[in-house]
Design a protein around this ligand. Structure first.
Ligand code: ATP
Length: 312
């Protein structure tokens, strides 16, 4: 069952097209990451789904209803830069917000789920940055929502806090709630989401499970020192993307250069180089990670919005 849907949605702010014909559907029980560089349209998509803004054209549906209005009570939401009243205590605030919903979980249970039991009597103003994020999560889950919409919930958290946050969030939604969250962090999308939706310039660039996303682009990263000019390597049909490797190994010997070459198969790059009489040394070949996939997808023309990983 579809719980969230954007259909051919355009959103224009003056001359800026924040969303340019976005189609997105999320089914019940799915955990979906919305990934994209700054300005890709992630926050705009959340605003439309929450009824905080209206599409210029196209349609948004949430839990079968128009966004905003009654359906808000069935959602748990974390927005970027959400303001909090500073002088109330943690437990007072969770109780207060819980009362604004028809059904709310017990305050103690919510605080235990987000790891704030020992901060329950602190005022909001005395919380650390990470504790504030956990309080925002508590406010998002207090109503036992059917759908969680989280806009960059782990921004500004360190790696350990992120891991703990997602463990708690996963535990909080184990009763089958659906979740859409925005992130810039590829490792996070890979670790947490069943599906990754990549946006660029307001358009859908890819929609696939993390593993399929990685398969959609070059799957090997070749680090090599060679005397072949960049133009020669670029011209190889097997080389999908080339960068000068200015990180590894220090300056290259005279007449040589260190390159990072992204390719589906390492041999498609290395064999023609060797057969062409070029010197190669300091060679390593590694599997590409999601970062490579993401950078490639957001730079390239949109090729591949498929679910099963097969280029369309
Ligand atoms: P970030 O990762 O930086 O949060 P984002 O993917 O969430 O970015 P949006 O905030 O949705 O991107 O912005 C998409 C585009 O729309 C940007 O070019 C932004 O400047 C523009 N935009 C968003 N909201 C408004 C607004 N209220 N008025 C004018 N332009 C806006």
């Amino acid at each position: 069952m579809t719980v969230l849907e954007l259909r051919s949605v355009h959103k224009r702010y003056g001359s800026v097209e924040a969303l340019a014909g976005l189609d997105l559907r999320v089914a019940r029980g799915e955990v979906v990451a919305l990934l994209g560089p700054n300005g890709a349209g992630k926050t705009t998509a959340f605003e439309l789904l929450l009824g905080l803004a209206r599409p210029t054209s196209g349609e948004a549906r949430v839990l079968g209803e128009a966004p905003g209005g009654r359906v808000k009570r069935r959602l748990g939401v974390m927005l970027q830069d959400a303001g909090l009243p500073e002088q109330v205590t943690v437990s007072e605030l969770v109780r207060l917000i819980g009362r604004s919903y028809p059904v709310a979980l017990p305050v103690d249970e919510v605080l235990a789920r987000v790891g704030l039991t020992d901060r329950r009597r602190r005022t909001v103003t005395d919380l650390s940055g990470g504790e504030r994020q956990r309080l925002l999560l508590a406010l998002a889950i207090v109503s036992a929502p059917e759908l969680l919409l989280l806009d960059e919930p782990t921004a500004a958290m360190d790696v350990a806090s992120r891991r703990a946050f997602w463990e708690r969030t996963r535990a909080s939604v184990r009763d089958g709630a659906t979740m859409l969250f925005a992130t810039h962090d590829l490792a996070e999308a890979d670790a947490v989401a069943d599906r990754v939706v990549v946006l660029g310039d307001g358009r859908l660039i890819a929609d696939a499970p993390p593993a399929a996303l990685k398969r959609l682009v070059a799957s090997k990263t070749i680090r090599v020192t060679t005397d072949a000019p960049v133009a020669v390597v670029t011209a190889l049909p097997g080389a999908e993307r080339i960068e000068l490797d200015d990180v590894g190994g220090g300056p290259a010997p005279p007449g040589m250069q260190r390159l990072l070459v992204h390719a589906a198969k390492a041999e498609d790059v290395l064999v023609p180089l060797v057969l062409g009489g070029h010197a190669i040394s300091d060679l390593t070949v590694a599997d590409a990670d999601l970062e490579d996939a993401f950078v490639h997808l957001t730079r390239a023309a949109p090729p591949v919005p498929t679910l099963d990983g097969a280029p369309s």
